[in-house]
Write a protein that binds this ligand. Sequence first.
Ligand code: ZN
Length: 297
Amino acid sequence: MERIEKRLQAGEILIIDGAMGTALQELGLQVGECPEMWCLTHPEKVKSIHKSYREAGSDIVECNSFGGTRYKLRNFGLEDRVVEINRAAAAIAHEAAEGTQHVLGSIGPTGEFMEPYGIETEEDFFEAFAEQAKALEEGGADAVVIETMMAIEECCVAVKAARSCTDLTVIASFTFNPKQGGGYVSMMGVTPAQFAMAALEAGAHIIGANCGLGSEHMIEVVRKIRKAVKVVPIMAMPNAGMPKLVNGETIFDESPDLMAENCKILRDAGATLIGGCCGTTPEHIAAISKILKSQST
Ligand SMILES: [Zn+2]
């Protein structure tokens, strides 16, 4: 298969999966349990989630490796199993893909801060991201998405680590929230334009945004990214709506049809790599795939 960035540059629209966390919970993942450990303890269940998205029409299967840095795994006493867990995450996705999909490793934030805001050094972060990216590549991933990032320094170190230690396609993705008075910023105060330029400079092949926003807000964020950087492919993975608290539970209530309609506008705004974050189900991905892949739209 041609590399993802090459396919996008050639004008293809590619669909990524929907949510992983909620799907794992539906299959029995308990609160306080390590989701990535399921790659070793419940590989068949993880694989069944990948399959449901493949059947829904996704071109790219995203690994169950979001919290797979040693920093996140340390919370579960699993920091010495980074390589084993990430290799397994990629291997399961690779198996589920059966040669028909790209395998996209997921790299989430460490949950820590780099100097001067925290105690971690750039070298510490670099090593942790390189370790995870290398293991994902060894397991069979051909791309990696550094996602749900909010701090620009952390995002750029992760991009540089993945670029210099692997041959993977590297996607950098930030999480933005609506700003009071208009516009969007990450929790650390980074704007879409600031992120786009820094991530590109760090070496990302593809840049984009995930989580934090529903598909409608995401359209605005993509427009801002497109305005800041002209040529690079853009990824968008909105949530299925803005989160709503109902009876103490967070729900996302954007219907598959509404989300799919908005994904058409997302595409017209410049995003050609499209998937879903929190609240996105196989039904959403099926609707998105149908609408974006039909010739007449
Ligand atoms: Zn999300």
